[in-house]
Design a protein. Structure first.
Length: 186
């Protein structure tokens, strides 16, 4: 089977965002999880203009099972899978995984499959009718991460993350973002 992820050994376990769940999250995690705007823009406000994207993986792959279910994709369909590290001068801030189905790539006003080192948020938050369809949360234990990522970004404890289904022009994409200690301690 082809690689599904350079970030994970296995798919994280996700919790549906339900009323009252946010009270169980640490305050710093709440702030980032429930950010309604672009995380890239927030990072730039807090850390300056040097926030950059390091592309770790970008290819057409089969999404994980729960990703396919959220996006209502048949098992055999490929989607653009993009995994990146947002950092400032080498300091890791956020790991992200994006799943963009073929139909969304085709109908988007720009080619979402060829972002390069451009932040996804700069593109999707420019859409006037961008809609948040669903959101889940996860506390990803260290063994879930690939050892190369643990080493590269210095993961030493469980990492909180959110995944959001966005609607664009009647199509969807899935963005999962994981908040590293550097961003939570700011």
């Amino acid at each position: 089977m082809t690689t599904q992820s350079v970030l994970f050994n296995r798919e994280p376990i996700w919790l549906e965002n339900r009323q009252g769940l946010h009270h169980r999250l640490p305050l710093a995690v709440q702030s980032w999880t429930y950010e309604s705007g672009s995380l890239t823009q927030r990072l730039r406000r807090q850390f300056g203009p040097d926030v950059a994207v390091k592309v770790l993986f970008n290819a057409w792959r089969h999404p994980f099972l729960t990703e396919r279910r959220l996006l209502k994709l048949p098992e055999q369909h490929y989607s653009v899978t993009r995994e990146v590290l947002l950092h400032v001068k080498g300091r890791p801030l956020i790991l992200a995984r994006t799943i963009i189905p073929r139909v969304t790539v085709k109908t988007a006003k720009s080619d979402l499959s060829k972002l390069g080192s451009r932040p996804l948020g700069e593109i999707i938050f420019s859409y006037p009718k961008l809609e948040r369809v669903a959101m889940d949360m996860s506390l990803v234990e260290v063994p879930t991460w690939k050892s190369s990522i643990v080493t590269e970004v210095g993961i030493q404890q469980p990492v909180w993350g959110r995944r959001t289904v966005y609607g664009i022009a009647n199509n969807t994409l899935l963005v999962s973002e994981f908040f590293l200690p550097e961003v939570l301690n700011y």
